[in-house]
Design a protein around this ligand. Structure first.
Ligand SMILES: [Zn+2]
Length: 243
């Protein structure tokens, strides 16, 4: 979002003023959402309304609508008199997100193993190929976004809109959690695990698909440092390397 020229090419053609407004909101929402998914907007970042108006050419009212939508998805926190900030989930919230993801996505994996059609398996493998390509060209932002995206693709393929919305929101929150609690150098989703999961789904092995998904989510959670105490004063001696 470095220029004032908004990308108009991705917007679907609008046949009425209301549609046009809707599609501008959607476009701003999508740009912000992608930036969060790619860790280009970090937890705690203030979203300055005037700056966003300037860059997108949209009105304050419109920017506020987008903030409200992101706040509803818990990605943005609105603080009265202070403005909008990218949310900073606590350690407890992070644990809850992973617990919920394990419950929902295990079932999702089993469901796909029981019902996925060959074309759907191909869609999963196409997505994994995109992840591989991003990894090969060293595009870390894309790797992070696509890793989360794999889980959304699975939810889409299950054909349950409620489930899809839920997974989408939990994956976005996971992206924020990773930016806050990642151990340096830890990968996004461990590289081969998506492929192993799709192998199990293709083999119609529901028990294995379910177990692999649970393990996979445990591995992601395990790559985070959720042991930090949230209260107490910071240890400035260690921060400034003074004895
Ligand atoms: Zn994954």
């Amino acid at each position: 979002m470095a220029t004032t020229e908004r990308a108009t090419t991705e917007r679907p053609p609008a046949d009425s003023a209301a549609d046009a407004e809707q599609s501008i909101n959607e476009s701003i929402y999508r740009d912000l959402h992608t930036a969060i998914m790619e860790h280009r907007l970090l937890a705690g970042t203030k979203l300055v309304e005037e700056r966003l108006c300037e860059v997108t050419g949209a009105s304050r009212a419109r920017i506020r609508q987008v903030f409200a939508r992101l706040a509803h998805e818990k990605l943005v926190t609105l603080i009265p008199n202070r403005g909008a900030f990218i949310s900073s989930p606590t350690i407890e919230e992070a644990r809850q997100v992973f617990q919920a993801r394990r419950m929902v996505e295990r079932e999702l994996a089993a469901l796909l193993a029981a019902e996925a059609k060959p074309a759907q398996i191909r869609a999963m493998r196409r997505h994994i190929a995109e992840e591989d390509a991003a990894r090969a060209r060293g595009d870390r932002a894309a790797v992070i976004r696509l890793s989360g995206g794999f889980h959304i693709v699975l939810a889409e393929l299950a054909g349950n809109a409620i489930l899809e919305k839920l997974v989408r929101e939990m994956v976005s929150l996971t992206c924020l959690i990773i930016t806050l609690y990642d151990r340096p150098g830890a990968p996004a989703c461990p590289e081969h695990e998506h492929r192993d999961l799709v192998d199990a789904i293709e083999a119609r092995d529901t028990a294995r698909a379910e177990a692999l998904m649970a393990d996979h989510l445990r591995h992601i959670e395990g790559s985070l440092d959720l042991s930090v105490r949230e209260t107490g004063s910071p240890d400035f001696h260690s921060i400034f390397h003074r004895e």
